[in-house]
Structures are given as C-alpha cells and as structure tokens.
Design a protein around this ligand. Structure first.
Ligand code: UDP
Length: 382
C-alpha cells in the first residue's frame, strides 16, 4: 500500500501510526514541534530531576479492557489514584463533590442517604431540562455547592459564565454520596513508568513508521501520499476559510522548592479571585521516584490565538455552526481524515483518543481493502 502521512505525533497520531504500520501500511508521522507526545509530552526537569508533564497533568484512566491492554504494550503502568482537593474561600475540600465535601461544607455528619436527601432539597427545580452548565449544576446540587466549586472555576477555565457553556462540560465530574474521592470513575488509572514521551516513542518505534519532527504540514505534501490523517486544528487546515473556531490555551507558571510544596498531585482553585484554575505537583506523577526538590505548576487558562498551542475546543453554538461548514468541506476531501481533539474539534481524553484510533484504524483499513468504495470512515461530527 502507498505510504500515508499522519500529521501530529501526539497520542492520536501515534496510536494510528502503530495500528496502520502493524497492518503493513508504511506511515510518515510529522509534527511541527521538535518532540513527540503532543499535549502528553513529558520531560525530565534538569534542576530537580522530576519528570514534568509539560502541558499539564495527564493521568491515564480507562475502564475499557482493550484500551488498558493496548497502552500497556508500550510501557509498564504504575497504578495511581487522582485525589484532588478544591481550595476556595470556604476552605480546602475533598473533591469531586462527595459525602466528605458535603459534610465539610455544611458542618454535618450525614450518612449517604441523608446527604442525598439534603442535596435534593437544595436542587433548583426550575430547570427540568437544563440548557447550560449553570442550569445543570443548579438543578443537580443547588446554588451553594455550585457557587463554591463550579461557578468561578468554570468561568476562569472557559472565559465565559457557565450560563453560556454547554452542560456536558461540567458533567465530566461526578457527584457522589459516599466517601469515594477518586477524581475518575475508571477501573484502571496510572502512569507509564518511563514517562509519557518514552511511552509514545515506544509506540512509534516500528520499521514501517518514519517520524519527522520540526516539520509543519503543507498542502503540497498531499501529492506524495496515498492518504493524509490530520490531527491539527481543522480551521487551520482549511486556512480559516469558514472562520476561526474558539479554543482555550493554557499558560503555566513553574515553581520549584524543597520537599512537598502542596501535599497532593492536583489542587483546584474554585474562586474567581485566584487567577489560576489549578496547580499540580509533578513529583506525585512518578510515585516510584524520590526527589528532594519539587516542581509545582499553576495553570492559567486563556483565549487562544491562531499562533498559541490549543488545549481545549470551546464548542459554543457559534463554533458548532462554523464546524458544520468545515465538516462539509472535509466530506469533499476523501483522501484526508481529520482525527484527534483538534482535527475533530471535540473534547477527547487520552482514553478516548486511544479507543477512537483503534476503532478508526480498523474501519479505515476495511474501507481500503474494499478498494476505497463509498464514503471513507469519518470521525468529524457536526
Ligand atoms: N470544573 C469546575 N470546578 C472544578 C473542576 C472542574 O467547575 O474544581 C468544571 C470546569 O468547567 C471544567 C470541567 O468541570 O472545565 C471539567 O473538569 P476537568 O477537571 O475534567 O477538566 P480537564 O481535566 O479536562 O481540564
């Protein structure tokens, strides 16, 4: 089969390259950055020796047996549980909202059933069909919990009031009536012990995969390849012809200090008056290592420009309108597939990226085997 081009050496591009290469398809993977891993990229800090998650904490978690088995092919994973604290004007709380949080916030000693009944009494019944993140949280947990943990954080994270954000944004976080304080509901959770960059490098190490770093995509490249898989921002690919999609970017302030600086891996700062959304201490992300010094990173969410690295698709109504137009354009290019968080313009966690690419590679190979008859498989939804 003619070689294919994969644009982006992040997790999505790397899983796809591996799957195609193992099926006998030669792949060239390019990335405009000089490193692999995309937003999962990790690097050992020269000053402290701590392995840093350069673009913020990446805690791998999944309940999917296939995904869990797959990621472990490329490194051993050390189990870890993300136990987050939320810090705000009311104190430091267990988070996501669980029985401990409710008892802390209201000075109670509720049992699960009592807490559930109590929170039901707080629920705002005016929104049987919540239209946005604010209505969703008010109807789920009431005003006090919403204002203490969600209103400020969400405003900082997305740059708009939760009343303007889709409800699914906050639904990523569970609300529980027991003392379970694991941030995720997943069955498996942990870190690759050689670090994310080595893990991705292992994935990309295959005789049929060529990786070219520091190479930006140009449209002229298409001619050389049988197919292009594009994991960059879809609006950038179409030269912004249908308008700019909105994304959030993140800036980090890095601090180093002696000993344990925070006491946990991730701490969320719920108040609007604190300019960062969360801080993370990276020593906690390699619990099998010991370092005398620590690295702490504060995370500042900002509107993204065309030039800034893009972390989160915002997906406002106006964005979805623009995305629909790009999707029509993408449908007219059967030799290009848009993949990943930026190519599909949707929130994908690491586990989603892996699963989507395992399934997509199968579908695409099937489509090729059938002589590229009919429409190619497509991940874009709008
Ligand atoms: N969120 C919040 N308070 C918090 C943590 C999260 O209001 O303390 C909201 C916020 O809108 C955020 C969303 O929940 O964007 C999802 O949070 P998560 O921690 O999953 O964000 P990610 O890790 O993807 O940045």
């Amino acid at each position: 089969m003619k070689k294919v081009l994969i644009v982006g050496a992040g997790l999505t591009g790397s899983v796809l390259a591996r799957q195609l290469a193992e099926a006998g398809v030669p792949c060239v993977v390019i990335d405009k950055q000089t490193f692999v891993g995309g937003l999962c990229h990790s690097r050992r800090d020269e000053e402290t020796g701590v392995d840093m998650h350069v673009f913020g904490p990446h805690i791998f978690h999944t309940s999917d047996e296939r995904v869990w088995a797959y990621v472990q092919r490329f490194d051993r994973f050390c189990p870890w549980v993300n136990r987050v604290k939320a810090c705000n004007h009311r104190g430091v709380f267990s988070f996501p909202v669980n029985l401990h949080t409710i008892n802390q916030l209201f000075g109670k000693q509720f049992t699960p059933a009592e807490a559930c009944q109590f929170v039901q009494s707080l629920q705002d019944k005016r929104f049987p069909n919540p239209r946005n993140a604010e209505e969703k949280m008010l109807s789920l947990v009431g005003r006090e919990i919403y204002e203490t943990f969600f209103q400020g954080y969400t405003t900082k994270q997305w740059g708009v009031s939760p009343a303007e954000m889709p409800a699914d944004v906050v639904m990523r976080i569970p609300v529980r009536f027991n003392y379970e304080d694991n941030y995720y509901n997943s069955k498996y959770q942990g870190f690759p012990v050689s670090g994310y960059t080595q893990w991705i490098t292992n994935m990309l190490t295959h005789p049929l995969i060529t990786v070219l770093l520091g190479v930006p995509y140009e449209h002229g490249m298409k001619e050389e390849y049988g197919h292009v898989f594009y994991a960059g921002p879809i609006d950038e690919y179409f030269l912004y012809a249908e308008g700019d999609l909105s994304y959030r970017t993140v800036e980090f302030k890095v601090m180093r200090g002696l000993g344990d600086m925070q006491g946990c891996g991730c701490m969320n700062f719920s108040d609007l008056s604190v300019p960062y959304t969360r801080s993370h201490q990276h020593n906690y992300f390699s619990p099998w290592e010991h370092h005398d010094r620590s690295v702490l990173m504060q995370e500042f969410s900002r509107a993204s420009t065309r030039e800034s690295p893009k972390f989160y698709p915002v997906r406002m109504k106006s964005d979805m309108e623009i995305l629909r137009r790009y999707t029509r354009r993408a449908e007219a290019e059967p030799t290009v597939s848009f993949i990943g968080r930026l190519g599909c313009y949707r929130y994908l966690d690491m586990r989603h990226c892996v699963l989507l690419m395992l399934e997509f590679a199968e579908k695409w190979l099937e489509w090729k085997k059938k002589g590229s008859a009919g429409k190619p498989p497509m991940l874009l939804e709008a």
